[in-house]
Design a protein around this ligand. Sequence first.
Ligand code: ADP
Ligand code: MG
Length: 696
Amino acid sequence: MSSPAELGIQYLKGVGPRRAALLERLGVRTVEDLLHYYPRDWQDRRETADLSLPSAAEVVVVRGRVLRAGARAAGPSLSIYKATLATAHGKVDCVWFKHLSRRFDVLASLKKEVAEGADLWVVGRADPDLVGVREIRVEEHYPIADERWRLHVGRLTPIYALTEGIGQRFLRELVDAALSRAADAAPDAVPRELAASRRLLAAPQALRGVHFPRSAAELEAARARLAYEELLLLELAWILKRRQTAGLAKPHRYEVTRRLLTPFRAGLGFELTAAQKRVINEIFDDLRRPSPMTRLLQGDVGSGKTVVAVSALLLAVENGGQGALMAPTEILADQHRATLERTLKGLPVRVASLTSRTPKAARVKTLAAAAAGGIDLLVGTHALLEEDVRFKSLRLAVVDEQHRFGVRQRTTLRRKADLIDLLVMTATPIPRTLALALYGDLEISTIDEMPPGRVPVRTELADESAAFAAVRREVAAGRQAYVVYPIIEESPALDLRSAKAEHARLSAEVFPDLRVGLIHGALPAREKARAMEDFAAGRVQVLVATPVIEVGIDVPNATVMVVQSAERFGLASLHQLRGRIGRGAAQSYCFLVGEAAGDGARARLATLAATSDGFRIGEEDLKLRGPGELLGTAQSGELSLRVADLVRDAGLLADARADAAKLLSDDPALREPAHALLRRRLLALYQSRWNWIDLA
Ligand code: ADP
Ligand code: MG
């Protein structure tokens, strides 16, 4: 072997067994891990230029000579140390607050380091009540006599994610030691020609630059280099995953007999939109190919993805196979089952469902039937992924609201049978480039048209009384309403109204004459199902809910939605929530009630009021919050991106995609010595995480 980077972390000075164990919690085992433990942020700790404009949020950095210093008694458990510094801005008082300890003298090192005549850097916060900073509450200080201050102050300073027992100061010095020891010899995963053609920094410079940048420009160049590497690995992984499926031949073939499709379509009561017909054709074409289908169906909330999914599932059944439909919540799984039973009435299709709350006896029966071929379509939640769920002849699995699931779960479902076809659906529309990065192994079909006759939902910021008046008016006209709260139960930590408490208030005080239902994720399965059935059947007029209804729920007679504490929700969530109404031909109304505290919240809510275009809202949300938030951590964590940002680095992403394709066409299994490290990283990052095996 072996480069110094592969050394265990305990070979660095200051790391004993205790700290090694703590570092392991951060995923740092080797010197190499440490080199790749990038900062989560960089703080500008150059000397503060203007002390006359203090802001409580800002860190103030000064350097100067100690004029006088000493401890002040402050209380039974606290002691205060004060020093006056002569700085470029004149005299500045600095205060250290220290908790007393019985075991050692917490002021001892302060007394030594912050003594009269000493030169110091001080980092802290200004007292916001004073005009002009004259007093700083010290957070960190560094004696100039110790050269190591250069790692911590007077520069763009790295800020790391920490764990208990590991501080910023220690970690910075440790990273510095790792860099001195191993950066120059750090193996470079990006092949040299590529780095040259993309004008990227070499690994040693990039690692130094990301941890201890000498300028903002250097930081950006370093970050870009490391981001490129991550994106290259991601794109390689996607191509390989895709190639793996493309090389397979599935055992079944499809023939479109329309034996079930025709009566299904005839019974729908509406004509499919042109977009629905187009995507059904895309899916059918794909199904008829010899290799398994892996396709993403995108379509805004309410665009009618369910009938597309059912059409595909029926094709599987027409051909003597079975289909599975997986949804992220029980409520949605129940609804899908009800929809299937309703729209397939009279057709020879046997439907069953399975969730984690299915009673034992029913579960045993369902499992046996699925395995024996006594069920044609099985609907369910994550429960479908369990080991003991087996099928006789599963051909097609559909994953609804797939952004709620991860790549791994998707792959697990596929393993349920040899080489099945997979259709995943999402109502979180995102730009195509981003979709390719996130779902790189999928072909994409898009429904870009709403069923006819939809009236856009009218959305406004409102106060509660106006919103409730509208609820009354609509209910009087025979319609129904949702009132959504961000949390199930009151909590001392959050000053928010909750679904449970408000359900009591709304039924007793606000709408005593109406039937007010309640639904949230913590209800037992049976109660959830009953609440949804009552609402769908019109027996309940006002449904108090949590965001559990955000995905998929379809009750076209509901025309009002009141979102309480709307500022607590992200744009994409609000859009999904609002998608529960406006599903019929009647005008619907969405009221966003809340604090609208801060410009951010107000701007978000205004965007929502101004447009109902899910693509635009998705893009806006991406800009505001980044893909992690939008898509859920399950998915973004899976991509192993630490510095790359799929939105900001769209250009790098395109480069990486092209380069990955070229690399693999020249060297399909990454066998060349120049690609050895790339191959190793690729397997380390994605093989187990994606439940994905091939690089033979
Ligand atoms: P989503 O894409 O959000 O899953 P759904 O499949 O739940 O949307 O469909 C929303 C509503 O629109 C349902 O009530 C469905 O029956 C109805 N729908 C679907 N396609 C059409 C169509 N072509 N014309 C009229 N209504 C339709
Ligand atoms: Mg849906």
